[in-house]
Design a protein. Sequence first.
Length: 230
Amino acid sequence: MSPTEGVLREAWDYYKRHWQHLLSISFVVYLVISLLNLVLVATLTWFGALLGAVISLIGFFWLQGALVKAVEDIQDGRADLSLTETFARVRPQLGSIIVAGLLAGIAIFIGLILLIVPGLILLTWWILIIPVIVLENTGAGAAFGRSRELVRGYGWNVLGVVVLTILIFIGFSIVLGLVLLPVADWLSSFLSNIISGTLATPFAALAWTLLYFRLRRAKEPQPVAPPEPA
């Protein structure tokens, strides 16, 4: 049996059990980022938009790391870390997360523009770089090789999980966009960012972090995570 089999179902089970904790982490980040962007654009126009983009990027990467840590935390069936503690645990690794995320994002984007396939390959190889950095305290450079090693031998299965997760996110965003059609454009964009980010991002983080644990268990004989909740 492939270690990737049933990972989305497992992610959904965790999501249903711990949605309040996970969604609170995402909601705080997306609400702060969205409000800051509104204020910055209104007061500083184009420079505010540029500054807001930088802040959004940092916030997004910090959220990714925090959600990975949160997924690790709830594997014993309960959330032991508070929201503040979860973000604090990731702060020392934020630099590595940002560097790795930017490098991976640029390379994957170029690969998708050129021939699509290279971008999908890189996305598959590097899907675990954030969990690797957060859970193994690995530097940005080493995280790429470590992620590739964990994925090796299960590439097609991992790609399937990643694509399905992204399709779920896109589908949810489309439905939300239709619901918000009657709303003014600026308010629709504001609400869409908060709602889609808050509800969908934790599920993707769950799926990809659980994927990390499963692949690591498949590669290494010793246990790497507490028992799953009953």
